[in-house]
Design a binder for this molecule. Structure first.
Ligand SMILES: [Zn+2]
Length: 68
């Protein structure tokens, strides 16, 4: 099952096109040291998806979806 919102250990996330997006980069967020920005690229439509994922814990609710 591919999550719609990734935890920090998820290599894949569900794209709005119902395709699968794979992890591309993980980068620190200077203004938010408790989160990392995970960028996924859809393997089907090529869309970029970015999520701010909490460094501590794997709660999906801590991830905040942002438009790429
Ligand atoms: Zn897609």
């Amino acid at each position: 099952m591919i999550p719609k919102i990734p935890s920090r250990i998820d290599a894949f996330v569900l794209c709005p096109c119902s395709g699968t997006a794979g992890i591309a980069t993980v980068a620190p967020i200077p203004e938010d040291p408790d989160h990392m920005r995970h960028l996924y690229t859809c393997l089907d439509c090529g869309k970029d998806l970015s999520f701010d994922v909490a460094k501590n814990g794997v709660e999906a609710r801590d991830a905040q979806k942002r438009e790429a």
